[in-house]
Ligand binder design. Structure first.
Ligand SMILES: O=P(O)(O)OC[C@H]1O[C@H](OP(=O)(O)OP(=O)(O)O)[C@H](O)[C@@H]1O
Ligand code: HPA
Ligand SMILES: [Mg+2]
Length: 159
């Protein structure tokens, strides 16, 4: 096998299932005053969780950490979180190095932090997550994917 970086592609169905599983878990942690979605990745999970937990108050913290070529850069906060954090639920799609989650935690110290996916370096910074993947796995979210053909596994192997 060639040395491929590990990937974990997530379909819309899987994302919906995982966001519902997280909602089930969060039912034991609430009730929550509102949801703070960490844009942009937290927006879709936040919408699904808000529907399941019947939460209508949604705010955002707008942070850029990774460029479009998946490289981590300086953390830029474009919009701050609200001042009050007690009883709030923070939602992001994943925690990787934990840099984003640490910055948001500082803004919202009393909130419950939930992500769908977690990597080992960031796992302990969040309170709830559904699935852990290894640190060297890149997670592909459905909004970054498109259906396309792929060659058979064996193609080129015996040439
Ligand atoms: O734990 P970390 O190493 O900080 O990485 C996790 C963060 O990185 C991604 O956001 P990104 O900055 O790529 O922006 P996006 O949500 O707009 O895609 C992801 O959505 C998390 O917010
Ligand atoms: O594994 C990842 N997938 C998508 N976005 C990310 N941002 C940090 N890590 C990841
Ligand atoms: Mg993000």
């Amino acid at each position: 096998m060639s040395e491929q970086p590990k990937t974990f592609p997530v379909s819309w169905e899987q994302l919906h299932r995982d966001a519902k599983a997280l909602s089930w878990r969060l039912m034991n942690e609430g009730p929550f005053e509102g949801i703070l979605a960490v844009t942009r990745g937290g927006l879709v999970p936040a919408a699904i969780i808000a529907r399941e937990l019947d939460i209508r108050l949604i705010d955002t913290v707008c942070i850029v950490s990774y460029s479009s070529d998946n490289k981590q850069g300086e953390l830029k906060v474009l919009k701050d979180a609200p001042k009050e954090s007690k009883g709030w639920l923070i939602v992001d799609d994943l925690v990787d190095t934990g840099k984003t989650a640490r910055a948001v935690r500082e803004m919202m110290p009393d909130a419950h932090f939930a992500t769908l996916y977690a990597k080992p370096a960031g796992r302990d910074i969040v309170d709830s997550f559904i699935t852990e993947v290894s640190q060297d796995t890149w997670i592909y979210f459905p909004w970054d994917l498109a259906l396309q053909t792929v060659p058979p596994l064996v193609q080129g192997k015996y040439d």
